[in-house]
Ligand binder design. Sequence first.
Ligand code: ADP
Ligand code: MG
Length: 345
Amino acid sequence: MGETRTELSRLGEFGLIDRIQSKFSISNQSSLKGIGDDAAIIDAGDDSLLVSTDMLLEGIHFDLSYMPLQHLGYKAVAVNVSDIAAMNGKPEQIVIGLAISNRFSLEAVDALFEGIHAACQNYKVDLVGGDTSASASGLVISITVLGRVAKDQVVKRNGAMVNDIICVTGDLGAAYIGLQVLEREKQVFLSNPEMQPDIEKYEYLVGRQLKPEARMDIIHELRERGCVPTSMIDISDGLASELLHLGKQSNVGIKIFEDKVPIDHDTYETAIEFKMDPITCALNGGEDYELLFTIKPADYEKLKNHPDIHFIGHIHNDPTQHVLVTKQETVVPITAQGWKHFKGE
Ligand code: ADP
Ligand code: MG
């Protein structure tokens, strides 16, 4: 007794990362950017190399009772590619760390790698290595991705400037609602295995949870249109959380408008069915893997006709004010739950 014990839940994910970061400094000249962005930036002459890693754990990030292994393999690659996209880069290689228990058969591992293979082909990345281990219980898949970008094209989280326009791609909240549907059907199935899951009508939402795509298409289109965002991040934890990252790292204020936040019709209707507020799902849902970025006002003309880019607000000069203007025109602060896993939810 007498020794202090601090619960990790007191720091949360971001507090923990800040603490790790505070204990390390960078000593190699080639380490251009360390902890704190979607990927690290390594000097490689005219180009920058990008490195990022993301881990998926059974029971925390996925549940194999509704996540087919092919989809899991695909998703594990896609979420890593998404972090390279968020730096305006192109993914080139992955290495895979795999821990697997004897509960899995060869056929199961084949299915997992079928999905990984499909993603490698789709995103044009090479699997170049990894590590394989037995696991005491669940499946763990950890992927590290390497990417590349011309030095003058790299986009970080810290470049947003006053008056820049805030953009998001696709639509938000669908992956979260898709997860609610899957959880509900699992409970129905557990209580009565005779019942067939009723997910057809939720195909889009469930697909957004099980088969996310990294928005490399947007990265190519930004390039074609000659637009380099001033800042960018991918939406893995929810729009609110990512907006706060951009605001904090760029030292600027955020203002977005509720009626501009893209929410798909199915997401909206199903949120209501679950007695949830659709905008809350879009702000805090997470796992959409869309891109959030800012552009100079002068670049608006280049993007304004893009069918899948939405302009949701702008940057202002007070870094203490991150706000959402509701449909009723009330101004409310943007808050984020961040990562939930340490909070025992
Ligand atoms: P993302 O959501 O884009 O994957 P994270 O929120 O996971 O980013 O991580 C934010 C930053 O913190 C990244 O730069 C990441 O490399 C770094 N980071 C996260 N966990 C650790 C860790 N255990 N040790 C060192 N750096 C970490
Ligand atoms: Mg990211």
